[in-house]
Design a protein around this ligand. Structure first.
Ligand SMILES: Nc1nc2c(ncn2[C@@H]2O[C@H](COP(=O)(O)OP(=O)(O)OP(=O)(O)O)[C@@H](O)[C@H]2O)c(=O)[nH]1
Ligand SMILES: [Mg+2]
Length: 303
């Protein structure tokens, strides 16, 4: 099995619930060479239920109608895929390439999957043979530090931590300084969950950023905002506000496997205008995959 086949299987795994509940009924429609008004309406409803968002669905339906005007024999699946890819390619993700020490910060609201994602990411980079250090920047709860420590052990990477209640900016500084001294290419910093409306907590992120810049002026090199796919489009407005204050550079969408609204990838990317770097498709260490538009679209609409 090639790498791309493996990726497609992972996307299928992640989109299983979306497939079962919403997209299976679509398959029959996509096999038709021409759709009547009722069938178009049915298709539109199903795409909306998969949470692709009104804007994208309008665009997809316009494309189908346009093609049917030109020809009596169309391939709806190919047309929809092509149109979706145009949207998804608007904000292509930049791969993580090792070099001099780079700092990655994971931020987001409570319980979205930041710590788990950081653990998976550490294991992924380590498996590529690259040095990783993880930093327990969520000092609010002892359990959060222990959870990160456990992921560090699982991934086989060093963990930088201080006491519960310690200063997250200080531990971020220590982590970056230590990685720099040891020429470790990746420093992954966990942060406590927070709401963008909590001013003092957003200022804390600023303080972390300033501390990091004392060690490496260009840090943090990436700020990943982690979003929970099961929240669907409801989370987007909140994420927009978060993006503004936290200097977010990339998105990571977790729990795709638990959501019947996997199409939400599309409006999230459109509205936030940021690349989706990774998606989470389960709780296991291998269940974080680089976002691949082609594999996603194949998983969604069938290859
Ligand atoms: N099914 C599934 N579960 C996930 C995924 N990512 C994270 N989880 C689960 O979501 C729950 C919360 O994950 P955490 O990593 O603790 O979330 P967090 O954002 O660090 O939470 P706080 O630090 O409390 O803000 C855990 O039970 C994870 O196993 C995923 O992609 N799929
Ligand atoms: Mg956490």
């Amino acid at each position: 099995m090639g790498l791309l086949d493996g990726l497609l299987d992972k996307f299928k795994q992640g989109l299983r619930r979306t497939q079962e509940l919403v997209l299976s009924p679509i398959q029959g429609l996509l096999g038709l060479r021409r759709l009547d008004e009722d069938q178009l309406q049915e298709l539109e409803d199903l795409l909306l239920q998969a949470d692709l968002g009104v804007h994208a669905v309008d665009r997809l339906m316009a494309r189908l109608r346009f093609e049917m005007k030109r020809s009596g024999d169309i391939d709806p699946r190919a047309a929809l895929k092509d149109e979706l890819l145009k949207i998804l390619h608007l904000h292509p993700s930049r791969p993580l390439t090792a070099g001099e020490t780079q700092v990655l910060l994971l931020v987001g609201v409570n319980g979205v999957g930041k710590t788990t994602t950081l653990g998976k990411l550490a294991a992924h980079l380590k498996a590529r043979g690259e040095g990783v250090m993880v930093v327990a920047g969520d000092t609010f709860r002892a359990a959060a530090i222990d959870q990160l420590e456990a992921w560090g052990v699982r991934a086989g990477v060093p963990v930088v931590r201080n006491q519960m209640g310690g200063d997250p900016a200080a531990i971020a500084y220590d982590g970056a300084a230590s990685a720099l001294a040891k020429s470790i290419p990746w420093v992954l910093i966990d942060t406590a969950g927070r709401l963008h409306t909590k001013d003092h907590l957003m200022k804390e992120l600023d303080k972390i950023r300033r501390s990091l810049q004392k060690v490496i002026p260009s840090a943090p090199h990436r700020v990943f905002m982690v979003l929970d796919a099961t929240t669907g489009q409801n989370g987007i407005t909140q994420a927009e506000a978060f993006k503004q204050v936290a200097g977010v550079t990339d998105l990571i969408l977790t729990k795709l496997d638990g959501s019947a609204k996997g199409g939400v990838v599309v409006p999230i990317l459109e509205r936030l205008k940021l690349p989706i770097a990774y998606v989470g498709v389960g709780e296991g260490v291998d269940d974080l995959i680089p976002f691949d538009p082609e594999a996603f679209v194949d998983g969604l609409l069938g290859a």
